[in-house]
Design a protein around this ligand. Structure first.
Ligand SMILES: *Cc1c(COP(=O)(O)O)cnc(C)c1O
Length: 961
C-alpha cells in the first residue's frame, strides 16, 4: 500500500470539509444532474464572464480549527481586562452560568431564525414575551418591543417617533446634557437628514426652547437623578413628547418613568446578564404608551390563538414593517437582538423580583458607602445617585486615574477635575475598599463596616424615599417559579424544545443564508478577553481587539474589492443607513449636496427604501422584466430623467430573484454616467465571495450581513453585524465616534451605533470563518452554495415552476418556486406549503419575498446532498398532495395542507379526517426516524392583531379598545 504524504494525513483537520456539507463523493453526482463536468465548469456556466474574478483572493489559505483558535487566543491575550467602573450604559454583569452554557453557547438557541413561523418558534416567542413583560414592568409603560439594536439607536428611533406622533410644528429636539454622549452623537447623526435642530442643554433650560420632543437620561450619565416628573410636566405643557433612557437595574428600585408621564422609555438591557463585549451585542429595549403602539419600531410579540383556539404567540402587527410599508415603514429595523433579549429575560426569570431587588439594593448600598466614605475625607460627589457617582477630585484627577490603572481599575474621566465611578452587580465590599485606597491613599482610615451599619440603621443615601418605587414588579408566575438551577435549566430546555433550529435540519430561507455557525467560530465570543471589555476602555488595553479588527477589515477589503471597511453598523439595515450617509456626505463635499434621488428596483428588500427614507431621499422605483432582471432601459431612462438630482442606486447582487444579472456592470456605468453612486446591497454575498467582488463590478459601497454570509448565527432574530465596504472616495465619510474616535477617520464624523465597532464581540466569529476557510475554502463555499441551489432547482423543476433563471438556465445561490399556478388550480397557498413543510421536519423557505405567492429557497453550502434530497422528497410529496386536492380527492378545507401543521393535539383527539394519521405526521421515513413536533396548530394572525396583547398572559392583559 502506498503511503500518504503528511499533508494528506492532515486532511482530517481541514475545516473546509467540515463547513461544506456536500461531501466530495457526492459532488460529481450532483454535477452530473446539472450536466456540468466540474465545479469550475458549473461556475463558468452560471456566472457572467464580465464579473468573474480571474485571480484567487489575495489572502492566506485555510488553517485548522486548532491553529486558528491558537492564533486568535494570542491576540486576545493582548487585551487587558481591567475592572471597569466606566459605566456610561455598559456594566459588568454576572451571566448566570446556566444561561451562559444553555442559551448563549447553545446552538438550539443561537442558530434559530427570526420567528416568522410561529408554530415552530413558541419557545423563543415566550421568552421574548417575557422580555417585553420585564420591560413593561420596569418602565411602567403599556407596551414594549422585543429589542432594538442598542440604546443610542433606540433613542434616535424615539426622536423620529416623537416627530411622527406629534402634530406640533417645531423641528427642534431637546437632549438633556446628561444623556450618555454616544447617544447624543447617534441622535445628532440621525437628526441631520430629517432636518431636525438638536439642542443639547441642561434641563433647566428646557423652557427657553420650543421643541417637539425631549430626551432624558434616568439616572443621568454622571449618576445624578433629576426630578424627571417636573421636566416631563414642563415638556407636556408645551406639547412636547418625552423619551426617557433608563437603566433597568436602577428601575428595579426607582419610580418608573411611565408612572411619571413619559411617552417612551428605552435603554440597554445589557446589565441583565449579557457581557459588555466591547460594545455589544446586547438588547436595547423600547417601551411606549398605548397611543403610540402602531408607530413603535421593531418587532412586538403578541398573544393570539391557533385554529384549535389554544393560546399561541406570534409577531404582531407585521404591517408596520419595511417589507410591507417600504419607505413609509416606521423604521428600517429588521435584524435586532433577539438572542440577547432572551438572555436578559432569562436573567429576570432566574433572579425574580426579589433577587433583582437584592442585586439592586446591594449595588446601591456599596455606592452609598463609597460616596459617603469619600465625602467623609473631603471628596464630594453627587447628592443623588443609584450606582454611579462623579467625584470632585480637582487637580488630583490624573494622579488618581493613574493609581486606579495601577490597581487594575478603569475610572471615567469627566472634564479635568472629576472622576466617574459606576458600580455593578460584580462589585464587592473588597472592591470598594480598593476604591477608597485609589482615591484616598492606602491609609485612608474609612470604616466601611461603620458606614454600612449607619445606613442599615436609617442614614440617608442617594436614593430618597420619594424616588423609590412602591409598585410591584415582575409579579407574573414566570418570574416567580424558576429560581433553582434545576428548575431554570428545565424551563429553558422546555422552551428550546419547542423551537426549530439548525440543530434540527435545514432552514432554507432565501436571502437569509442560514449556514453552519461552526462551534470553533463561536468559542472565542465568550472568552473573557473579548466578552468582558468595556467599549470605551483605554486604547492600550484593547490592542488584541484592534489587531483582530484590523485583520478582519483586511479580509473583508480583499473579499469585497473595496478600499476600506467600517465595522460600526450592527445590522444590514444599519449598514445601508451608514452607506447612504457616506454617499450623501461625499456628494456634499464635492458641492453636490442637492443630490437626493435614490433609484430602487421594485424587487428590492424592504430595508432599502426604508433606509433611503431615513436619509431624506426621494425614492424612485424602477421596473424589473419578466426574468426578474432590473429593466435596464427603464433604469437608464429614470437615471437620465433625474440626472440633476441623482444620488444613488440601491441594488442587490445577485438580484433578490436569485440570478446573476448580465447587465450589472452596465447598470453601474449608467448610474455613474449620470453622476450617481451605486449602493450594492451585500446580503447575497454568499454568491460572490471568491468568484467575484462588488468593488470589481463597479459599485461604490455595500453592507455585508455577517450574520448571513459570514457565519454569525441569526440568534432567533439577531444579533447581526452589517459592516460596510467603500471605495476610497467614500472612505473619509465613514462613521466615527465622539467618545472613542475610530482610527484614521475624521473624529467629527457622526456615529451610527452606540459603540465604535458595533457589536464587536461577535466579530471574532467572522475572523475565524475567514481564517479557517482561507482563500480556497471561501471560494469553494460559494461554488458549493451555487451547486446546491442549482441541484435543488433542477430536481424541483420537474414538479414546480421555477420563477427566474439566469444564463444557461442556472440560478445563483437561491431559487424561487412559483406557487401561484398551483394556487390558481387547487386553492392551496404558499402558506399551506410552508406549514406543511413543518410536518415533514423542515423550516419553510422565505415566503412571498420578493414576489408574492412564491417560496424562495436557499440551501447554502453547509447542507449535505442527503439533506437536500430529504427536502426534495418533501417538496415532491407535497406536490402530490396538492394534486389530490386539485382533483377533488380531498376537500379544499380538509386536507393535510390546509390543516398543517399537525400537532400531538390533532392525533390524540378523535381523528375524522379524510387522510390518515400516518400521512399527517409521519409522511416520510425520515420523520418516522426523528420527528419534530410543532407545539401549536396554525396561528391566527388576524385575531392576534385585532385583540392586541403583548404582555404575559394571565397578567392584566393589554387589550386594544
Ligand atoms: C437581510 C437583508 C437585509 C437586511 O439586513 P438586516 O441585517 O436584517 O438588517 C437587507 N437586504 C437584503 C437583500 C436582505 O436579505
Amino acid at each position: 500500500m502506498e503511503k500518504r504524504t503528511l499533508s494528506e494525513l492532515e486532511q482530517t483537520h481541514d475545516f473546509t470539509r467540515r463547513h461544506i456539507g456536500i461531501q466530495p463523493e457526492d459532488q460529481q453526482a450532483m454535477l452530473d444532474e446539472l450536466g456540468a463536468s466540474s465545479l469550475e465548469a458549473l461556475i463558468e456556466d452560471t456566472v457572467p464572464a464580465s464579473i468573474r474574478l480571474d485571480d484567487a483572493l489575495q489572502m492566506a489559505d485555510s488553517v485548522t480549527e486548532v491553529n486558528a483558535l491558537a492564533e486568535l487566543k494570542e491576540k486576545a491575550a493582548k487585551n487587558v481586562v481591567n475592572k471597569s467602573y466606566i459605566g456610561m450604559g455598559y456594566h459588568n454583569t454576572l451571566v448566570p452560568n446556566v444561561i451562559l452554557r444553555n442559551v448563549m453557547e447553545n446552538p438550539g438557541w443561537y442558530t434559530a431564525y427570526t420567528p416568522y413561523q410561529p408554530e415552530i418558534a413558541q419557545g423563543r416567542l415566550e421568552s421574548l414575551l417575557n422580555f417585553q413583560q420585564v420591560v413593561m414592568d420596569l418602565t411602567g409603560m403599556d407596551l414594549a418591543n422585543a429589542s432594538l439594536l442598542d440604546e443610542a439607536t433606540a433613542a434616535a428611533e424615539a426622536m423620529t417617533l416623537c416627530k411622527r406622533s406629534n402634530r406640533k410644528k417645531s423641528n427642534s429636539f431637546f437632549i438633556a446634557d446628561d444623556v450618555h454622549p454616544q447617544t447624543i452623537d447617534v441622535i445628532k447623526t440621525r437628526a441631520e437628514y430629517f432636518g431636525f435642530e438638536i439642542i443639547v442643554a441642561p434641563v433647566a433650560e428646557l423652557d427657553q426652547h420650543d421643541v417637539f420632543g425631549v430626551q432624558l437620561q434616568y439616572p443621568g450619565t454622571f449618576g445624578d437623578i433629576s426630578d424627571i416628573k417636573a421636566i416631563i410636566d414642563q415638556a407636556k405643557a408645551q406639547k412636547a413628547m418625552v423619551s426617557v433612557a433608563a437603566d433597568p437595574l436602577a428601575l428595579v428600585l426607582m419610580k418608573s418613568p411611565g408612572s411619571l408621564g413619559a411617552d417612551v422609555v428605552l435603554g440597554s438591557a445589557q446589565r441583565f446578564g449579557v457581557p459588555m463585549g466591547f460594545g455589544g451585542p446586547h438588547a436595547a429595549f423600547f417601551a411606549s404608551s398605548d397611543k403610540l403602539k402602531r408607530s413603535v419600531p421593531g418587532r412586538i410579540i403578541g398573544v393570539s390563538k391557533d385554529v384549535r383556539g389554544n393560546q399561541a404567540l406570534r409577531m404582531a402587527m407585521q404591517t408596520r414593517e419595511q417589507h410591507i410599508r417600504r419607505d413609509k415603514a416606521t423604521s428600517n429595523i429588521c435584524t435586532a437582538q433577539a438572542l440577547l433579549a432572551n438572555m436578559s429575560s432569562f436573567y429576570a426569570v432566574y433572579h425574580g423580583p426579589e433577587g433583582l431587588k437584592t442585586i439592586a439594593e446591594r449595588v446601591h448600598r456599596l455606592t452609598a458607602i463609597l460616596a459617603q466614605g469619600l465625602a467623609s475625607k473631603g471628596l464630594s460627589s453627587n447628592d443623588t445617585y443609584f450606582d454611579t457617582i462623579t467625584v470632585n477630585v480637582g487637580a488630583d484627577q490624573e494622579t488618581i486615574y493613574q493609581r486606579a490603572l495601577d490597581a487594575g481599575c478603569n475610572l471615567r474621566k469627566v472634564g479635568d477635575n472629576r472622576l466617574g465611578v459606576a458600580l455593578d452587580e460584580t462589585t464587592q465590599a473588597a472592591d470598594v475598599e480598593q476604591l477608597f485606597a485609589v482615591f484616598l491613599g492606602d491609609d485612608h482610615g474609612v470604616d466601611l463596616q461603620a458606614l454600612d451599619a449607619a445606613i442599615t440603621a436609617g442614614a440617608a443615601t442617594g436614593l430618597s424615599a420619594d424616588v423609590r418605587r412602591d409598585d410591584a414588579i415582575l409579579s407574573h408566575p414566570v418570574f416567580n417559579s424558576y429560581h433553582s438551577e434545576t428548575d431554570m435549566l428545565r424551563y429553558m430546555k422546555k422552551l428550546e424544545n419547542k423551537d426549530y433550529s439548525l440543530a434540527h435540519g435545514m432552514i432554507p430561507l432565501g436571502s437569509c443564508t442560514m449556514k453552519l455557525n461552526a462551534t470553533a467560530e463561536m468559542i472565542p465570543v465568550t472568552w473573557p478577553e473579548f466578552a468582558n471589555m468595556h467599549p470605551f476602555a483605554p486604547a492600550d488595553q484593547v490592542a488584541g481587539y484592534h489587531q483582530m479588527l484590523e485583520e478582519l477589515e483586511e479580509q473583508l477589503v480583499e473579499i469585497t474589492g473595496y478600499d476600506k471597511v467600517s465595522l460600526q453598523p450592527n445590522s444590514g439595515a444599519s449598514g445601508e443607513y451608514a452607506g447612504l450617509l457616506a454617499i450623501r456626505k461625499y456628494q456634499e463635499s464635492i458641492g453636490e449636496g442637492h443630490r437626493d434621488v435614490c433609484l430602487i428596483p421594485s424587487s428590492a428588500h424592504g430595508t432599502n427604501p426604508a433606509s433611503a427614507a431615513m436619509m431624506d431621499m426621494k425614492i424612485i422605483v424602477t421596473k424589473c422584466d419578466e426574468q426578474g432582471n432590473v429593466d435596464l432601459a427603464d433604469l437608464a431612462e429614470k437615471a437620465e430623467q433625474h440626472a440633476e438630482n441623482l444620488s444613488c442606486l440601491m441594488i442587490t447582487y445577485p438580484s433578490t430573484h436569485g440570478v446573476y444579472e448580465e447587465d450589472i456592470v452596465e447598470i453601474c456605468e449608467v448610474i455613474h454616467k449620470f453622476g450617481g453612486q451605486v449602493y450594492m446591497d451585500g446580503a447575497n454575498m454568499n454568491a460572490q465571495v471568491g468568484i467575484s467582488k462588488p468593488g470589481l463590478i463597479g459599485s461604490d459601497v455595500s453592507h455585508l450581513n455577517l450574520h448571513k454570509t459570514f457565519a454569525i448565527p441569526h440568534g432567533g432574530g439577531g444579533p447581526g453585524m452589517g459592516p460596510i465596504g467603500v471605495k476610497s472616495h467614500l472612505a473619509p465619510f465613514l462613521a466615527s465616534h465622539k467618545v472613542s474616535p475610530v482610527d484614521g477617520l475624521n473624529p467629527e464624523n457622526g456615529a451610527v451605533a452606540a459603540a465604535p465597532f458595533g457589536s464587536a464581540s461577535i466579530l471574532p466569529i467572522t475572523w475565524m470563518y475567514n481564517r479557517m476557510l482561507g482563500k480556497s475554502g471561501l471560494k469553494a463555499s460559494t461554488q458549493n452554495a451555487i451547486l446546491g441551489a442549482n441541484y435543488l432547482t433542477e430536481k424541483l423543476s420537474a414538479h414546480y415552476p421555477i420563477l427566474y433563471r439566469g444564463r444557461n438556465n442556472k440560478v445563483a445561490h437561491e431559487c424561487i418556486v412559483d406557487i401561484r399556478p398551483l394556487k390558481e388550480a387547487s386553492g392551496v397557498t404558499e402558506e399551506d406549503i410552508a406549514k406543511r413543510l413543518m410536518d415533514y421536519g423542515f423550516h419553510a423557505p422565505t415566503m412571498s419575498f420578493p414576489v408574492a405567492g412564491t417560496l424562495m429557497i436557499e440551501p447554502t453550502e453547509s447542507e449535505s446532498k442527503g439533506e437536500l434530497d430529504r427536502f426534495i422528497e418533501a417538496m415532491v410529496k407535497i406536490r402530490a398532495e396538492v394534486e389530490r386536492v386539485q382533483n377533488g380527492e380531498w376537500p379544499a378545507d380538509n386536507n393535510p395542507l390546509f390543516n398543517a401543521p399537525h400537532t400531538l393535539a390533532d392525533i390524540t383527539n378523535a381523528w375524522d379526517r379524510p387522510y390518515s394519521v400516518e400521512e399527517a405526521v409521519f409522511p416520510t421515513a425520515a420523520t418516522r426516524d426523528s420527528k419534530f413536533w410543532p407545539t401549536v396548530n396554525r396561528v391566527d394572525n388576524v385575531y392576534g392583531d385585532r385583540n392586541f396583547i403583548c404582555s404575559c398572559p394571565g397578567i392584566e392583559a393589554y387589550q386594544e379598545d
